[in-house]
Ligand binder design. Sequence first.
Ligand code: DX5
Ligand code: ZN
Length: 217
Amino acid sequence: MQKVMLSPSLLAADFSDLRSEMEWFNKSCADWLHLDVMDGVFVPNISFGFPVLKAVSRICQKPLDVHLMIVKPEKYIMEVKALGAYIMNVHYEACTHLQRVILEIHEAGMKAGVTLCPSTPVSVLEEVIQDVDLVLLMSVNPGFGGQLFIPRTLDKIRLLREMIERTGSHALIEVDGGITRENASEVRRAGADVLVAGSAIFGHPNPSEICEELRSL
Ligand code: DX5
Ligand code: ZN
């Protein structure tokens, strides 16, 4: 089994000192930077928008993993592309015409990820699993960092892994929310390829060390 990939979530960073946060981050073994955009409509919280992300993209030297917790994410494909994002994740629950949105993200030259809330079953992906590059499984209800991991997610990861193998899809499985050094190896064993962690990494006094630890699972 390949090493697990790590996508630390900027949501838990010190926003008053993003330059210093990016200094350790760029030197760390983290693979991607996870960016949580919230609109106060799809989720009951507002995080940061494109002007802040533009500034971060100038000092971040790793691929950007953009997670849009917003309604009508297709309206912002060009803004996400302008950040130089590697992957654009849209919520299944926010897209009426998901298949078209996936095509449009690909046409814009980015990897396409589909995100599922905890209450959405993996089976809704059956018709698009061969078109997506990544499935982002939420292991908390989206909107806030620092929440507790929902254990049922482990079964969802296994079900998704089965679907990917059965259909020959190349999609990666990314898991987001409540990941800690205590539960990370179980999440990995269930079949996750990429772990998102906010508070466990940015909230730690030695974030690079935690990255090493999580990535060596
Ligand atoms: C939650 C976000 C997560 C969040 C994870 O809505 O999608 O990416 O930053 O934070 P932790 O790891 O603290 O649960
Ligand atoms: Zn996220």
